[in-house]
Design a protein around this ligand. Structure first.
Ligand code: DGL
Length: 262
């Protein structure tokens, strides 16, 4: 068993989760794999995404990784259950839209859930919705096309603002359907959170699942006796991507370092 924790996404979005993992477990080594060559996942069939996610997990196991974080809401909804059945001894943690903290912080409010078409269509999300829908008015909104901006490294442009204004117009402060909170139910979206906040208007609260996911991975590693115990150790991050393009690696490093570069 090696030291690395594998962190996987359909592309570069999962770095929003990696960022939190590194913050919570600075002594660990991480292997981040983005499958940008097959992105987007959110508009594929469930079976296709399940097959891709299983194949990547097999590679992580062959590499000796001691745990796997599926830092992609879409891949989690398609594959986490079957992966846990396949590898019951491996700590595998997925991510789901942060509806729980949103409902707790905006009780009785109007909450928009932005996610990929697949996340919103899948049973996993419907079960989550059923758990919380009596505590707030939840509006699921698929956002096909949004992750592509982040994949291009375009996280501040006029085009992005224009796209978000069109998508979010009915939910802006002052409109009849204005919302109190928005859940970023895709790991690419935290990188455009500033523009989402700007478009929706002052006072709209933003939630994402990275912090809870990282906490859960830490807990699972601890229970399995695989958590790094040397508090002085500084871990490292290795980036890999199915799109063999040095610019992609550069973008991933930039996203981890700054989150919101200009
Ligand atoms: N980052 C992924 C998620 O969290 C989805 C992006 C995609 O469509 O590939 O759902």
């Amino acid at each position: 068993m090696g030291r690395e924790i594998a962190v996987f996404d359909s592309g570069v979005g999962g770095i929003s989760v990696l960022r939190e993992l590194v913050r919570q477990m600075p002594g660990e080594d991480f292997y981040f794999y983005g499958d940008s060559a097959h992105a987007p996942y959110g508009t594929k069939s469930t079976q296709e995404v399940r097959d891709l996610t299983i194949a990547h997990t097999k590679d992580f196991i062959a590499r000796g990784c001691k745990g796997v974080v599926i830092a992609c809401n879409t891949a989690t909804s398609a594959a986490v259950r079957v992966l846990r059945q396949m590898y019951p001894d491996l700590p595998i943690v997925g991510i789901e839209p942060a509806l729980k903290p949103a409902v707790e912080n905006c009780p009785g409010g109007r909450i928009l859930v932005l996610a990929t078409p697949m996340t919103i269509r899948e049973e996993k999300f419907h079960r989550l919705l059923a758990k919380y829908e009596d505590r707030a008015f939840v509006i699921p909104l698929p956002a096909p096309g949004l992750m592509e901006f982040v994949e291009r490294g375009d996280i501040h442009s006029a085009d992005l603002k224009d796209f978000l204004e069109k998508l979010l117009d009915p939910y802006r402060i002052g409109k009849p359907d204005a919302v109190d909170g928005v859940v970023l139910g895709c790991t690419h979206y935290p990188f455009v959170a500033d523009t989402i906040a700007e478009v929706l208007g002052d006072g709209v609260r933003i939630f994402d699942g990275a912090e809870g996911t990282a906490r859960e991975m830490r807990r699972r590693l601890d229970v399995a006796g695989r958590l790094e115990v040397d508090e002085k150790r500084t871990g490292r991050v290795i980036f890999a991507n199915s799109q063999k393009d040095p610019e992609k690696i550069e973008l991933m490093e930039k996203l981890l370092g700054h989150g919101n570069f200009a």
